[in-house]
Design a protein around this ligand. Structure first.
Ligand code: ADP
Ligand code: MG
Length: 732
């Protein structure tokens, strides 16, 4: 399942003739006329000239100018026209699966589906002998490099969205920089929105820069203060004058008074800027204002920090548009491709899209005229000293805010509403912190070790654009030792090599390998797929208790993992019993189970089976239900032992105070314990007191069968929480 686009079977002449036939078709000419309007076309000759003279070229241009869809075709067409079509093998990397597929399908359409365009994402690819342009995720290329492939047949690697600075992206650049020495004809093109591109130019020894001039229409900014006074949004009763004694408040007051804001608006502004959350009613009021004052309908793009916020926002907006011509869509990376495609369809009425930052640079929706920017992003931060990660909601950076704003001026002048004041904007960071500086490094360290056994991993990583902190690299290394991926002498172990070949968290990779050895593959495949997906059980804000009860009905084995396994199996059982989609959907609805997650788990399970077969752990022809792999699949205690083996040393100890039954209650004849959650304390084996997440089926457990529990996820929010816990008992 490897290799890049190949075209040895066709001669240069054949390829050129086919291309010329395609060019003569009306449909192609029609598409070409549209493409020629893109700014990228004006830079075509310049781009090809630069590429002729240099091995690395950096291209920057505003989102939508045609970098992703046009530049790869320029290279391909030029090669075909100069009778070198058979040498063309162009990889274009995309940071996300969604963009790899959607861009490939767009470019394929522009070439009349002639077979020259394909895509490859983990576990899924579409390509033929004719494929010369392959859109793939960064991960796919990294895995190829990881298996020792030095991209020999590849003529060009185009790295898209380099400004995003993901760990994978930075790692790919590091690898490509080394590869330039080994692969004398390889050319590299870095494509970026206009964000901090000097960094890349410097990294590739002053590579030439090509700037594609923008064609953006003007966008009017409406900051929070403007929006509030414009739409007269006054959520709370004005408390004018009350706080004027407070100096800060007075300064605030004077400032906005001098700008002409009325009292009620200033109070509202003060309240909103002092509160943390997102004001969905304000967003709804803005959207309503736009829709009731605009002359004609258009697209409204609302940027929010996450999927949960998107859901809440849509819930508030939808009733406002009842009876009006409006389509309201969520947009985020976890939607199915079909759901994602809906946002591109032109609609006669209002099109309102609540999105995460995927619509910032990599997805272009043409008919957007208005942007509402909530101004927040969620970002993981990692503390190498404690090994704790936390998801932190932060203000966007200037760079991201500018991208969001730019989405409004694509096809005509637009307006950008910002949920922050001019003053707040001054304090925002300029650029996002590269991911490599704020996540754990076990996985990347192991990948490096597998790819370069002889090399010092820390030394290698220190050649990245932004070298990670030494403490973070050291912590990662000691975790790899604990997991058994490397030995004390720093050598890669066979286990480590296999773990790195599985496209999943390292601990879960280990669990899968153990499951093949201990012959309980089927349930562990589901457990690993579930832990790699979004939560199986939904927990809507307004129905939290009901949702928790639904999950509790599946509770089994003193384990969140086994509980989810049971729910998945029951749902899947309906299908094998021949029940239709409707029955499955209603089962999921009744039990607060996410159908999307069920689907994801099934897909992931298949991915893992393929990977395990590739590695020789299970026979190629076998299905995961083959009995030899599942002799022990009913043995819950063995499965728990495999879970423990995979997640070790993520273990905590449960302390039960001896006096937990209150005397007076016993006297009253009620030995029932109230508030049991407070009666036990949990201590991590390494670091002090931790707390079980209330969503766990073990939360509030009255009778503990074992003083130990093993967990997958530990994170810091108000306290240190454990999630996805399993009681571990003896006796297999
Ligand atoms: P860039 O990579 O510079 O951000 P793209 O090459 O992705 O720009 O997009 C160029 C143009 O192609 C967009 O402005 C849009 O008009 C059009 N386009 C891209 N994807 C699609 C699609 N899936 N459907 C229709 N038009 C598209
Ligand atoms: Mg692009």
């Amino acid at each position: 399942r490897q290799g890049g686009p190949r075209c040895d079977k066709f001669s240069d002449k054949q390829i050129r003739e086919e291309f010329e036939t395609m060019c003569r078709q009306d449909k192609y000419a029609e598409m070409l006329a549209m493409r020629k309007k893109l700014p990228a076309f004006a830079a075509k000759e310049d781009f090809l000239r630069q590429l002729e003279k240099n091995r690395v070229v950096v291209v920057v241009g505003e989102t939508g100018c045609g970098k992703t869809t046009q530049l790869p075709q320029f290279i391909l067409d030029a090669l075909i026209e100069s009778d070198k079509g058979s040498t063309a093998s162009i990889l274009v990397t995309q940071p996300r699966r969604i963009s790899a597929i959607s861009v490939a399908s767009r470019v394929s359409a522009e070439r009349l589906e002639d077979g020259s365009v394909g895509y490859a994402i983990r576990g899924e690819s579409k390509r033929t002998d004719k494929t010369k342009l392959l859109f793939c995720t960064t991960g796919v290329v990294l895995r190829r490099l990881g298996s020792g492939d030095i991209l020999r047949g590849v003529s060009h690697v185009m790295v898209d969205e380099v400004h995003e600075r993901s760990v994978d992206g930075d790692f790919l650049l590091l690898e490509l920089k080394e590869l330039l020495k080994k692969h004398p004809s390889l050319k590299i093109i870095l494509m970026s929105a206009t964000i901090n591109h000097e960094t890349f130019i410097k990294y590739f020894n002053d590579a030439p820069l090509l700037t594609i001039p923008g064609f953006a229409h003007p966008v009017t900014d409406k900051y929070l203060e403007d929006a509030i006074s414009l739409i007269k949004y006054h959520p709370s009763a004005p408390r004018a004058g009350k706080k004027k004694t407070d100096n800060a408040m007075k300064a605030f007051w004077d400032e906005y008074k001098s700008l002409g804001l009325d009292d009620a608006s200033i109070t509202a502004l003060h309240n909103i800027t002092r509160s943390d959350g997102i004001d969905y009613h304000l967003i709804a009021a803005i959207v309503n204002h736009i829709a009731s004052t605009a002359e004609k309908c258009g697209g409204i793009l609302i940027f929010l920090p996450g999927v949960q916020e998107i859901r809440q926002c849509i819930d508030v907006i939808r009733p406002l548009f009842a009876g009006r011509k409006a389509d309201i869509f969520p947009l985020h990376a976890n939607l199915s491709s079909e759901e994602q495609r809906r946002v591109f369809v032109k609609t006669p009425g209002w099109k309102i899209i609540a999105t995460t930052n995927v619509a910032e640079t990599s997805i272009t929706i043409d008919d957007v005229i208005y942007v509402v920017d909530a101004g927040k992003v969620k970002e993981t931060q990692y503390d190498p000293d404690t090994g704790l990660s936390r998801l932190v909601e932060q203000w966007v950076t200037h760079a991201a805010a500018r991208q969001r704003r730019g989405r409004a001026g694509r096809t005509q002048p637009g307006v950008c509403y910002k949920l922050y004041t001019r003053k707040q904007e001054l304090n925002m960071a300029k650029f996002p912190v590269p991911e490599i500086l704020r996540v754990p490094l076990e996985s990347i360290s192991l990948t490096v070790k597998v790819m370069r056994e002889e090399e010092d991993v820390k030394l290698f990583l220190s050649r990245a654009i932004d070298p990670p902190k030494v403490a973070a690299m050291e912590r990662a290394w000691s975790i790899l030792q604990e997991l058994g991926a490397v030995d004390e002498a720093g050598r890669l172990t066979p286990l480590g090599r296999h773990m790195s070949a599985l496209p999943v968290d390292l601990r879960l990779a280990k669990m899968l390998i153990l499951a093949t050895v201990f012959q309980c593959l089927n349930p562990v495949l589901t457990i690993v797929a579930t832990l790699s997906s979004k939560p199986l059980f939904l927990s809507p804000m307004d129905k939290r208790d009901e949702a928790a009860q639904a999950r509790a009905r599946f509770s089994t084995g003193g384990s969140d993992l086994l509980t989810d396994l049971r729910a998945y199996d029951e749902c899947h059982g309906l299908r094998s019993k021949g029940q239709g989609q409707a029955a499955i959907r209603s089962f999921c609805e009744q039990n607060f189970i996410s159908t999307t997650t069920i689907r994801d788990i099934t897909t992931l399970r298949n991915d893992f089976v393929l990977s395990l077969a590739d590695m020789g752990f299970i026979p190629l022809s076998s299905t995961p239900s083959t009995s030899a792999l599942n002799k022990n699949s009913e043995n819950l205690n063995l499965i728990k032992a495999v879970i423990l083996g995979g997640l070790w040393p993520h273990v905590a100890r449960v302390h039960l105070p001896s006096n937990r039954i209150k005397f007076d209650k016993v006297q009253a004849g009620t030995i029932q314990r109230e508030n049991t959650a407070k009666e036990y304390k949990i201590f991590d084996l390494r670091e002090g007191r931790v707390f079980l997440h209330p969503g766990s089926v073990l939360f509030g457990e009255a009778v503990w069968k074992s003083p130990f529990l093993v967990y997958f996820h530990k994170y810091l929010s108000s306290k240190v929480f454990l999630r996805d816990a399993t009681e571990v008992c003896g006796g297999i």
